[in-house]
Design a protein around this ligand. Structure first.
Ligand code: T46
Length: 133
């Protein structure tokens, strides 16, 4: 089964432009506790390199593009994020890496939990031990 799970958002458009509304436990399949966004990222600077134990997230590239690698310890998949109307659902213990950020990239992430450094696995060997045990 693919690690890539897309959520397609409804785009409400008229002559003035377009609007997308994201609602907790409706469009986003969990209770939203936090939203953060990555801005002024650099084309040659990758980010991520960690997994989460409990956190569920939806990543939406609301401007520009970037690539995300998802890894469950058994397989790796690369996905391009380049649409403001598609959210990438990341749940379970998945190692992620983000790179190739376009100059105009704004990556918004909607999270199911408050920030908690204890939820991070930042060592790849420790991640592999955890998912393969
Ligand atoms: C993820 C990917 C997609 C906070 O203080 N609060 C926060 O909510 C977050 C997300 C981070 N921070 C601090 C922790 C670090 O000192 O901001 C600093 C940069 O965080 P980090 O190096 O973890 O950033 P990324 O871009 O590597 O990863 C982030 C998220 O941390 C992570 O959950 O899935 O984006």
């Amino acid at each position: 089964m693919s690690l890539v799970k897309w959520l397609d958002f409804n785009v409400i458009g008229d002559q003035r432009g377009e609007l997308i509304s994201l609602e907790s436990c409706k469009t986003i399949p969990f209770d939203i506790k936090r939203v953060y966004y990555l801005i002024n990222t650099k084309m040659d600077q990758a980010r991520g390199f960690h997994a989460h134990r409990k956190l569920r997230q939806v990543a939406v590239c609301i401007s520009g593009s970037c690539i995300m690698t998802l890894d469950d310890g058994f397989k790796r998949e690369e996905v391009v994020l380049n649409s403001f109307s598609k959210g990438l659902l990341i749940e379970g213990i998945i190692w992620r890496e983000m790179y190739n950020f376009s100059r105009d990239c704004v990556l918004m992430v909607i999270a199911s939990e408050h920030y908690d450094e204890q939820d991070y696995i930042r060592n790849y060997e420790a991640f592999l031990r955890e998912v393969r045990k």
